[in-house]
Design a protein around this ligand. Structure first.
Ligand code: BES
Ligand code: ZN
Ligand code: ZN
Length: 479
């Protein structure tokens, strides 16, 4: 379900309307409001009210006061949150189309519409009464001469892509098996304009992608390896940017069955990294960004079936490295490793992977940001952090010091898939780094804490958040 966003140049606004205004400048009001309404608004300002609702017979008029926050990094986010907060009033009044008019010095419409549209997301597929449950709000019209068509196109592209990513995370395993995920990716590719190639089990066996095959042993469904390509003629980069996403459609832990109460309840989210990559590919293709980008998603579920891999097994990865498997629940790094090795064939300029990789990431900073680390140079890391701040998917860097590599040394194989008792997020990162061979600049994002929410938080709706899509779109747009 998506909220339509359009731009209107017309000077007339006839429907339900939201005016974005500063408290210290009500000049605009003379053209729109009656004298008594202006007096009412002024008294509301005195009472420090931030949002005034003026119902009339033919329409709802909302005046939203936006204070410019002193801290610029919070400013855009406050606007998004205000856009989300007004939804309650709009839905209560069964508004279907809302027009937004900006009278602030700064143009805040994009962020305001963004927060509103993100908060209006719903996943209704499995409800019998989806029609009744459907949000009344269908369309947001931006009435603004200073908002450009390109800005709106980019906003629509990234919002629809975030919806796509949320939908994918929200789909349970009963629908979204690895083969089905490939079908979805093909559909999304067609709709957005990027191309898709899918390797089936036979091809994965021919290539000897031992990490993916080992995790898939306990499953009754085949694994898949998905390759997405966006290569426009006007691409600015000669060597591609490669995005890699963990596509574990369900993680039981395998034979090292997830131990804690309820920890399996939301493990349909373990393809959250894949959702980020698919969503990002969709956004950049729809926005026609002039960049060559490849997306790789290795995919299977992780189950303790009869033939499942066992703790103690030694497996040979696609790269030829042998891995002692000491915990079958550390499966994400195994499938990602094969994809990171595969990425070398593109001689990429930059590789970024997204994964719900470790509980340690979630314990470190919770849902409020993304833990990341990498070997890309400081400038790239800084630009990523800036994008994180802009879209409010904030990044916290963790170190990849060489000593952490000692924690994944094995007695009988090249490395093991389990680190020591602490720094689990970093040893997982060290494991991945091994398979980059330090052949390309690489960044790893552990989204275990932020890909899935047990309760709504602002415009981030419950369950799949689509985290990483807005971050990547901002980063790549400014690449
Ligand atoms: N999919 C999990 C990580 C996870 C935890 C994702 C919480 C989302 C929310 C991952 O495969 C896993 O089980 N990691 C283990 C690794 C450990 C066995 C080394 C973990 O973090 O406990
Ligand atoms: Zn696991
Ligand atoms: Zn997992």
């Amino acid at each position: 379900m998506s909220t339509k966003i359009s731009i209107s140049r017309s000077a007339k606004f006839t429907g339900d309307l939201i005016v974005l205004s500063q408290k210290n400048n009500l000049k605009w009001a003379q053209n729109i409001l009656t004298k008594s309404e202006i007096a009412y608004v002024k008294s509301a300002i005195k009472k420090k009210i931030d949002c005034v609702v003026l119902p009339s017979i033919n329409r709802l008029l909302i005046i939203q006061f936006l204070n410019s926050s002193k801290d610029v990094s919070y400013h855009k986010e406050d606007i998004r949150l205000a856009g989300n907060a007004i939804l309650k009033t709009l839905l209560h009044n069964k508004v279907s189309t809302v027009e937004i008019l900006n009278y602030c010095k700064q143009n805040n419409t994009i962020e305001y519409a963004e927060g509103m549209a993100l908060g209006n997301y719903q996943f209704l597929k499995y409800f019998k009464d989806k029609k009744e449950r459907k949000s009344s709000l269908q369309e947001i019209k931006i009435h603004n001469s200073s908002t450009t068509a390109i800005e709106v196109r980019n906003l629509v592209a990234v919002l629809e892509a975030t919806y796509v990513a949320r939908d994918l995370v929200n789909e349970p395993l009963s629908y979204l098996t690895a083969p089905q995920l490939s079908k979805e990716i093909q559909k999304i590719g067609k709709a957005s304009g990027f191309s898709v190639e899918v390797f089936n089990k036979k091809k994965i066996q021919q290539l000897k992608m031992g990490g993916i095959l080992a995790v898939n042993l306990g499953s009754i469904d085949e694994p898949r390896f998905n390759i997405m390509t966006w290569k426009p003629k006007n691409a600015k980069n000669k060597k591609p940017v490669v995005l890699v996403g963990k596509g574990i459609v369900y993680d039981t832990g395998g034979l090292s069955l997830k131990p804690t109460t309820n920890s399996m309840d939301f493990m349909k989210c373990d393809m959250g990294g894949a959702a980020t990559v698919v969503g990002t590919m969709s956004a950049i293709a729809k926005a026609k960004l002039p960049l060559h980008v490849i997306g790789l998603v290795p995919s299977t579920d992780n189950r303790p079936g009869l033939n499942a891999y066992v703790p103690g097994d030694v497996i040979t990865m696609y790269s030829g490295t042998t891995v002692e498997v000491l915990n079958t629940d550390a499966e994400g790094r195994l499938v990602l490793a094969d994809a990171l090795h595969y990425a070398k064939k593109y001689k990429p300029e930059l590789v970024m992977d997204f994964a719900t990789l470790t509980g340690a990431a979630s314990r470190a900073i919770g849902e409020r940001g993304i833990c990341y680390m990498g070997t890309a140079d400081k400038k790239v890391m800084q630009r990523l952090e800036n994008s994180g701040m802009q879209v409010y998917e904030r990044l916290v860097e963790f170190p990849l010091w060489r000593e952490y590599g000692d924690d994944i040394k094995s007695n009988i194989a090249d490395i093991k898939n389990l680190g020591g008792p602490s720094a689990g997020m970093i040893t997982a990162g060290k494991f991945l780094q091994h398979f980059t061979g330090d052949e390309y600049p690489w960044v790893h994002f552990d989204v275990a804490g932020s890909a899935y929410l047990k309760a709504q938080s602002g415009y981030r709706t419950k369950e799949g958040t689509g985290v990483g899509v807005r971050l990547m779109f901002d980063f790549l747009r400014n690449y």
